[in-house]
Design a protein around this ligand. Structure first.
Ligand code: SAH
Ligand code: MG
Length: 951
């Protein structure tokens, strides 16, 4: 099978069918299913399509382990199969040419290609490489006409392809290509001079004058020359990367100029890397060839050799290029292109170098896109599309893979109709699988292609699996989230983000023990093939591990301080409190600046700033300290604080004046001062909907309902389960009640601290003034989970739980119900939760600016639940059966009520409420069980005076 790729004599073009390539790669793991498609001939009347049997057509589905592809329709079965195979190759990024002809053919092809490059015809042609050949004719003395082999290996696409065919290891060690070109040249002694041990080759006989003369006339007359800014990256990490100037004029060969900067006289010793950054860029690394370069990475090196290997390795340059670079290297954007015969050049500044470093990290493209390298972080969750700012996770993941020369990630989307989902519960019924390596639009098309019933599609849920593969198709990692999404794009983005999050942790600590890496992966539904992964990222790990080593060494010189202490800073907030505060899920819009400040002399240097930076609270889209600050602010206020410096890379990728930033960083006692103003807060969808439709807002109506009930009940003790920021507890203080003891429990520390703030100020006032709440003698806030037992929650008169259960998984909601009613046993329990049936009405109230709905499905799809943190929303029937079962199990009665809307009109209340009452029980005795304290007291208040009088 492998020999089917015979080369045709003239063109030297190997033609092998896509099917053959697939067979070579997958063997029997590839299966083709051909199906007949009826072709309906249209009868000329648009809209009136009368089926008439036309010729029989075929389409083919190709199933591969990682994807399945459906071809278009063809008259011949054979064509459909080939088309499917070709589409698969495209998706996998495999070029047929690189996988067909056997090695011997490739070797022969390489020889003839090299011969062609030294022909008269090629010299006159328009090709980036022919410019090098022409430039070599301007070299003087013994260098006249000699062309560096590295240039031949790098600038001709055909040569690179053939070299990879001879040995796929060229992919990871491009210098191998040089030996292949030299070997090919050696077989052409009459045409080419190639001296052993030399890295240049030259034509045996000079070009005839009739070939050369027209070229000289054509030559651009830019005699003056140019100065190109480039960077020198020393191999020692102790030396900074510094600017160098290349003086290039039309009478010298630019590679000779670069060679001189690297201390070499002869450009043929210079090796040229792949383009860095974007594939289309001409930014490359130039470095002197070392013997080590030609050692195959797989060959066994004994320990000693390895030391030398590591010693001269230029870790920064190797990281950038993704290939071994030894000794000093020059990073420059210069070279010949297809566009013009003139030399292309662009200045490369330090900032660009640092941005390139950042771009290669998993979160880099996000930070750079947001133009916020030091304040922005790649969020850890993708909630809804309209809350995401910046490049989408899937795009970032694709960029990351390209940057690290991996294959394009493979996405597999499974579709489940909603009905099947409800009886799915664990047992996995896979119904339809569509594939995409491209954008989601394409997947939609695929889905539509063979999804014959539209109705099923509109009520489907999606799940997405992502695979990251090396260029040679080794599986590096696979993420298979169990969550279902209403929208295809959401499941793709979420899975991509999980992969990126894991990669980020890996990039932050390449020394992380294997167990920890795996447990992080587990938590993100990821399986990692560490062996392949470590191999692919070896240059990255060397880079960051060595850097850490040097930082540590430097810190020791400066003194042992700094490294250990972190994140304690003083936050100063200025401006009047407006009461408009961001909470989880809301969008905060801030204006910020970050300046380097030195303790000595108080020098300040602006590093990064933005007039309008918007992010979703609670998704960790910014540095933790920025979010902490913003969480404590209200609109209009400003915050100021100082933090330790982030990594030098980040600062220099942001700073405009790199030299100055560098000198400040190196001077001791330098910190980063943040100044943040909160400009605007956009509420989460739920709040906006409830405010748009109800007056007073639904949240207030809920609280009022509970307050009314408490007033009437004569209760003296109350516990609010999931009290959040204390909206109910706070309102209670505004009315005279019989309450003496109030308690709140939540697991959000941020909400609890806000609750503590308001309760504290209100209760303190009650001591002096004649406030309605003066009956209250103690108030306590606990940090704890309401599905965990704590004996201090037992025996209250009233328990409340407003809009909390839907934030837990359904089984946990049941657990909570049982725990409260069987163990805590309050006399009364009030539980509220959204009524799912009411959502149609909420969604009809117009909410402009949300969800541009590019897929035409509209916004009702995106906000099926009122809040992205909701794990479920129940219909009246679901809530009813949950509550009735609970009540009967635990000897309580239950009644139903609600707020917003009415019980008598469909679809019932907007918020449904269950009122549980403990039924008298003969054998009920309040157990004096042992005390179990699993909650932490966050804040406690007591009215000492009154307490005393009771003593
Ligand atoms: N009852 C408040 C807050 C509702 S928001 C009000 O009506 O305004 C839901 C709250 O439930 C959040 O503050 C969240 O932190 C809390 N919560 C969710 N799961 C919890 C759990 N297992 N234990 C305690 N609190 C929980
Ligand atoms: Mg809620």
């Amino acid at each position: 099978m492998g020999s089917s790729g015979a080369a045709t004599p003239e063109g030297k073009k190997t033609t092998v069918s896509p099917k053959a390539v697939i067979y070579q790669k997958y063997g029997s793991r590839a299966s083709y299913e051909v199906e007949e498609v009826q072709d309906f001939v249209q009868n000329g009347c648009p809209g009136l399509c009368i089926p008439q049997k036309g010729p029989c057509l075929y389409r083919c589905r190709l199933n591969l382990p990682e994807l399945s592809i459906l071809s278009g329709t063809f008259r011949k079965k054979k064509d459909a199969e080939q088309a499917a195979a070709e589409m698969a190759l495209q998706k996998l990024g495999i070029h047929p040419l690189t996988h067909n002809a056997d090695v011997r053919d490739a070797g022969e092809d390489l020889v003839s290609r090299v011969a062609y490059l030294f022909s008269n015809e090629f010299l006159a042609s328009q090709h980036p490489l022919s410019c090098h050949f022409r430039a070599s004719l301007s070299r003087e003395g013994y260098l006249y006409g000699s062309v560096p082999v590295s240039v031949i290996a790098v600038y001709d696409g055909k040569i690179s392809t053939l070299c990879k065919l001879i040995d796929p290891m060229v992919e990871s060690n491009p210098s191998l290509a040089i030996s292949f070109v030299l070997r090919a040249a050696a077989t052409l002694p009459t045409l080419i001079t190639a001296t052993e041990g030399q890295l240049w080759i030259r034509r045996q006989n000079p070009y005839p004058p009739e070939v050369i003369e027209p070229l000289l006339v054509e030559q651009p007359s830019t005699l003056g020359g140019v100065c190109v800014q480039a960077l020198l990256i020393p191999s020692s990490l102790n030396e900074d990367v510094k600017p160098v100037t290349l003086n290039v004029c039309s009478s010298n060969y630019y590679l000779d100029v670069i060679a001189q900067k690297l201390g070499e006289l002869d450009a043929s010793k210079i090796l040229v890397s792949r383009p860095i950054g974007k594939a289309s860029s001409e930014t490359r690394l130039y470095f002197v060839a070392s013997d080590l370069q030609f050692v195959e990475p797989t060959s066994d090196l004994n320990g000693k050799k390895l030391d030398i290997f590591e010693g001269s390795m230029n870790t920064r340059a190797s990281y950038l290029a993704g290939q071994g670079v030894y000794g000093g290297a020059i990073l420059a954007s210069i070279g010949y292109t297809w566009k013009s015969k003139d030399l292309f050049h662009e200045d490369v500044f330090l900032k660009l170098y640092y941005r390139m470093l950042i771009y290669k990290t998993p979160s880099g493209p996000y930070k750079l896109y947001r133009e916020s390298t030091i304040a922005a972080e790649l969020p850890v969750v993708f909630t809804i599309k309209s809350n995401w700012r910046g490049t989408f996770p899937k795009e970032i993941l694709c960029t990351f893979c390209r940057q690290h020369r991996l294959s394009e990630p493979v996405f597999a989307i499974s579709r489940y109709p909603v009905k099947a989902l409800s009886d799915l519960s664990g047992s996995q019924k896979k119904l339809k699988v569509t594939e995409s390596t491209e954008d989601t639009g394409q997947t939609n098309e695929n889905a539509a292609n063979h999804g014959d019933d539209e109705t099923v599609e509109s009520v489907s849920h999606f799940r997405c699996e992502v695979k990251v593969l090396s260029k040679l198709q080794d599986l590096l990692l696979q993420c298979s989230p169990k969550d279902f999404y209403r929208k295809e794009t959401d499941c793709i983005q979420n899975a991509s983000l999980k992969v990126l999050s894991w990669l980020s942790s890996y990039f932050q600590d390449f020394n992380m023990p294997l167990e920890k890496l795996n447990s992080l992966a587990d938590a993100l539904d990821i399986k990692v093939n560490t062996q392949h992964l470590f191999k692919e990222f070896k240059f990255c790990s060397t880079m960051y591990l060595n850097q850490q080593r040097t930082i540590k060494a430097n810190n020791c010189i400066d003194g042992p301080q700094a490294t250990e202490e972190h994140e304690h800073y003083l936050l100063r907030i200025e401006g009047p409190e407006s009461g408009i505060c961001p909470s989880n899920g809301s969008l905060a819009c801030i204006c910020y600046s970050a300046c380097l400040v030195t303790e000595v002399g108080h020098t300040k240097e602006l590093i990064e700033s933005s007039h309008e930076f918007e992010f979703e609270m609670g998704s960790r889209a910014v540095n933790p300290h920025v979010e902490t600050a913003v969480a404590q602010m209200s609109v209009g206020q400003s915050a100021f604080y100082l933090v330790d410096l982030p990594s030098q890379e980040l600062i220099l990728a942001a700073a405009n004046d790199s030299a100055r930033a560098l000198s400040l960083i190196n001077s001791n006692m330098c910190g980063l001062e943040y100044c943040i103003t909160l400009l605007k807060v956009t509420e989460p969808l739920e709040d906006r909907m409830e405010q748009a439709l109800f007056s007073p807002p639904l949240s207030k109506q809920r609280v009022d309902y509970a307050v009314e009930h408490i007033k009437k009940s004569g209760a003296t003790t109350l516990v609010d389960f999931g009290c959040g920021s204390g909206s109910l507890l706070e309102s209670l203080l505004d009315y005279p009640t019989s309450l003496r003891k109030i308690v709140g429990v939540d697991l959000s520390l941020k909400s609890l601290s806000r609750a503590a703030k308001v309760l504290h100020s209100k209760l303190s006032k009650s001591l002096d003034a004649d406030m309605p709440c003066k009956s209250i003698q103690s108030a306590t806030l606990y940090d704890g989970s309401i599905i965990v037992f704590d004996s201090r929650m037992c025996g209250f008169d009233i328990g409340t739980c407003l809009e909390v259960i839907e934030h837990m998984e359904e089984d946990q909601a049941s657990l909570f119900g049982d725990l409260v009613l069987s163990s805590f046993r309050p006399s009364v329990l009030i539980v509220s939760t959204p009524n799912y049936e009411y959502n149609v009405i909420l969604q009809k109230s117009d909410l402009p600016s949300q969800e541009e709905a590019p897929d035409g499905k509209g916004q009702s799809e995106s906000c099926r639940f009122r809040n992205h943190d909701h794990k479920f929303e129940w219909t009246r029937e679901q809530f009813g059966s949950w509550a009735r079962n609970l009540a009967s199990r635990n000897n309580y009665s239950v009644e139903f009520s609600g707020v917003g809307g009415s019980a008598d009109h469909e679809p019932g209340f907007a918020s449904q409420i269950a009122l549980f009452k403990r039924l008298p029980q003969l054998d009920e005795r309040l157990e004096d069980g042992e005390s179990v304290h699993l909650y932490n007291v966050i804040w406690e208040w007591s009215n000492h005076e009154t307490t005393k009088s009771f003593d």
